[in-house]
Write a protein that binds this ligand. Sequence first.
Ligand code: AMP
Length: 217
Amino acid sequence: MNIILLGPPGAGKGTQARRLVAERGMIQLSTGDMLRAARKSGSEMGRRVAEVMDRGDLVTDEIVIGLIEERLKDDHGAGFIFDGFPRTLAQADALGELLARLGQKLACVIEMQVDDEALVARIVARSTCAQCGEGYNDIAKPIPADGKCEKCGGTQFIRRADDNEESLKQRLMEYYKKTSPLIGYYYCKGKLCPVDGLADIDEVAASIAALLDQKAG
Ligand code: AMP
């Protein structure tokens, strides 16, 4: 079953995607993670996108569609979770075509609804374990008192370069201008499934699980 997690930065897409990977054997395709990996590798493409990402702008459709196309050729396990993709109408059309070409369907688009103030508060408070990528949040899920990651015991925690107020404002602006039209797009296709992204992590996960079970049944 292939699904999209749709929502503004900080809505909890990555957190929920990682749970679906662990609990259902689905494959997370996060264009943000792929782009960060490209930057880290020092590739030509990574160098080209670095500045764009740090500013909070979207990278070109051509680049991200190419990244997704490459990964769709891999084994898809119990289905793909598109996390942070598509982010524009052109990307949504391209995804539809790629899936159709592979004879695959999109089961649903989970729209994670959150309000802007909660997003800003969440994003400036978040960090991840440098070793395993487990996410933490100073308010909702603080780093354990012993300073060790609860998942892998790692002791280094990092904050994303673009998780600062200035680039966050730009990321939100990009979301409202270019990504939020996808809500109407998928509504018209009968694929939109809204969930309350402000509930706590387990509750959001339970809402998503109920939706997926319903689609599968
Ligand atoms: P994310 O980790 O999903 O918040 O993405 C981090 C940054 O990567 C975004 O602010 C964009 O600069 C870039 N990015 C990730 N996914 C896309 C996409 N589908 N289209 C364009 N830019 C993207």
